[in-house]
Design a protein around this ligand. Structure first.
Ligand code: S3P
Length: 178
């Protein structure tokens, strides 16, 4: 089981989906599972119930997803950016999955997320300052949780997938499709 962690907008879902395709794994986006469970968009849930209750649901979903039997088809999980805030999530991810930190700078994320309206934590006056804060707070937690770190910087999604496949030693098992 491979899990991707990192700040919002770093490409966890896009890269995760492509990676799963490449290594013939199943792909699960934990935020999508959460939205199904809470029955509404995450942004609305934050407004109505607050972040703490959201984190409770997130913790339960991460526990369940990482407890799935890994026999059979491998699994790639894209997680929400705040997943590392709870120690239980950090522990479950680190012990049960191979965790990859997609590291992006706040500047890069700002360029990508300038027009985003769905991420509750970025609906503030100064999203750049917020991204810097989130980076400072979370970067050490992503590092603590992850077994591998990949810089998202310039490479395309395809190049990032290649880097992950090489880093995990999966290259021989899953050549790129012609
Ligand atoms: C969050 C990131 C979101 C989502 C929720 C909280 C965060 O996921 O889980 O809005 O705390 O950074 P993405 O990282 O996929 O945007």
């Amino acid at each position: 089981m491979i899990a991707l962690v990192g700040l919002p907008g770093g490409g966890k879902s896009t890269v995760g989906r492509q990676l799963a395709k490449r290594i013939k794994a199943r792909f699960i986006d934990s935020d999508a599972v959460l939205e199904e469970r809470i029955g509404m968009p995450i942004r609305l849930f934050f407004e109505q119930h607050g972040e703490c209750l959201f984190r409770d649901h997130e913790e339960a979903v991460i526990d369940e997803l990482t407890s799935q039997a890994t026999a059979g088809a491998p699994l790639v999980i894209a997680t929400g950016g705040g997943v590392v805030l709870r120690p239980a999530n950090r522990q479950h991810l680190r012990e049960r999955a191979t965790v990859i930190y997609l590291r992006s700078t706040p500047e890069e994320l700002f360029r990508r997320l300038r027009h985003d309206t769905q991420r509750p934590l970025l609906q503030v006056k100064d999203p750049m300052a917020r991204l810097r804060e989130l980076y400072e707070q979370r970067h050490p937690l992503y590092e603590e949780t992850a077994h591998h770190c990949i810089d998202t910087g310039r490479p395309s999604v395809g190049a990032l997938v290649n880097m992950i496949v090489t880093e995990l030693g999966l290259a021989e098992l899953s050549p790129p499709e012609a």
